[in-house]
Design a protein around this ligand. Structure first.
Ligand code: GTP
Ligand code: MG
Length: 175
């Protein structure tokens, strides 16, 4: 029997930790000096969802503004979108609405969403409260997870959540 696969897309401003989250989940690795992504990176990981093996095809996009046009090509056909901000940066939190608008404009816009508050290991420097994160997630109809790629907190849980929602979602078949 052919293995099921799901396309997931990671979106969010540069340096919020998208690559770190993808690498932590798929490879169990974390780097203090993670290079900014150029365009997009692709990584896969097999996980069990409801006793079924699913291949996650994770598109880790670049957050830098100059790659915006490239990143946009990845929205369509996704079974799930993972939005990420850095709890130490209000600016990256405010950008989530912009990323969300983009998704709505450039795709069918009904993909399952999760919102990740990353770098939660940096409690001292946290400027965006979890309550704010939860409220935004509710508004966007997304699930919310406080995560840390660094200390592997809630990362796998977040992927399991979006994959489980993805099983119920029929992706855009145009691509
Ligand atoms: P772009 O590819 O430019 O869009 O950035 P990105 O979102 O992929 O961020 P990246 O994963 O490259 O991480 C940026 C920096 O944040 C790196 O130095 C990471 O080590 C650091 N970082 C990522 N996740 C965490 C975390 O959970 N905690 C802490 N303390 N640092 C983190
Ligand atoms: Mg990256």
């Amino acid at each position: 029997m052919e293995k099921k696969s799901y396309k997931l897309v990671l979106l969010g401003d540069t340096a919020v930790g998208k690559s770190s989250i993808a690498n932590r989940h798929a490879k169990g690795q974390f780097f203090e000096f993670q290079e900014p992504t150029i365009g997009a990176a692709f990584i896969t990981n097999d996980i069990m969802v409801n006793q079924e093996k699913i291949q996650l095809q994770i598109w880790d996009t670049a957050g830098q503004e100059r790659f915006k046009n490239i990143t946009r090509a990845y929205y369509r056909g996704a079974n799930g979108i993972i939005l990420v901000y850095d709890v130490k940066s209000k600016e990256t939190f405010d950008s989530i609405r912009t990323w969300f608008q983009d998704i709505k404009e450039l795709s069918r816009g009904d993909q399952p969403l999760v919102l990740l508050a990353n770098k939660s290991d940096k409690k001292k420097d946290q400027v965006v409260s979890n309550n704010e994160g939860e409220a935004l997630a509710k508004e966007l109809n997304a699930d919310f997870f406080e995560v840390s790629a660094k200390i592997r907190y809630n990362v796998d849980e977040a992927f399991l959540c979006i994959a489980t929602k993805g099983t119920k979602y029929k992706a855009d078949s145009r691509d």
